[in-house]
Design a protein around this ligand. Structure first.
Ligand code: AMP
Length: 191
């Protein structure tokens, strides 16, 4: 398996790049944000719990997020690789992912940070909010809160994988095609 973490603030293009990698390699794409939105739409207990945090731009508690992620990974044992999009977002999530990979005899192969500055994040998400229907994409304060949570809670995860020699940075301010080309230079699944 080839297991990749697509990393970066909200609006950095993780979902777009994940779609391109899925087309090329057929990997399983797991976006914890998409999973929460699915639960929310279906008004499940998990969705109701997650909404309280999502609407404010805060992170859903680790236990809830980790349990949901683990279930999804374990339900797909035969995939050629997984793209983790929006997970792990905290050190405990990174540790839990490590344990999960180990229990499967697997490992994370790379983490790629799509580096985009705060004003560009706000600009992109306000644009996306016009069509995405996402409550958390409409309000500038919520968007800035999400960016701040990324800086405070999520950036340490980069260092965690950097110590393992697995972290890479790509300039996320480039065009979609340029970012894709940079990402492709890093992603090297076994033939
Ligand atoms: P995203 O689509 O990745 O921007 O996620 C939307 C929202 O879902 C976030 O602002 C969080 O409230 C929640 N969320 C998604 N992934 C995680 C995660 N790994 N840990 C905690 N909260 C998450």
């Amino acid at each position: 398996m080839y297991n990749l973490i697509l990393f970066g603030p909200p609006g950095s293009g993780k979902g777009t790049q994940a779609d391109l990698l899925v087309q090329e390699f057929g990997f399983l794409h797991i976006s914890t944000g998409d999973m929460f939105r699915y639960e929310l739409k279906n008004e499940t207990e998990l969705g109701k719990e997650a909404r309280k945090y999502m609407d404010r731009g805060d992170l859903v508690p680790d236990e809830v997020t980790i349990a949901m992620l683990r279930k999804r990974v374990e339900a797909n044992p035969d995939v050629t690789g997984i793209i983790f999009d929006g997970f792990p977002r905290t050190d405990p999530q990174a540790a839990a992912l490590n344990d999960l990979m180990e229990s499967m005899g697997q490992q994370i192969n790379a983490l790629i940070l799509l580096d985009v500055d705060e004003d560009e994040v706000v600009r992109r998400i306000i644009g996306r909010g016009k069509t995405s229907g996402r409550a958390d994409d409409k309000n500038e304060d919520t968007i800035r809160q999400r960016y701040e949570n990324f800086v405070n809670y999520t950036t340490p995860v980069y260092a965690y994988y950097d110590e393992l020699g697995l972290s890479h940075t790509v300039d996320g301010m480039q065009s979609i095609e340029e970012v894709a080309a940079s990402v492709r230079e890093i992603v090297k699944p076994a033939e």
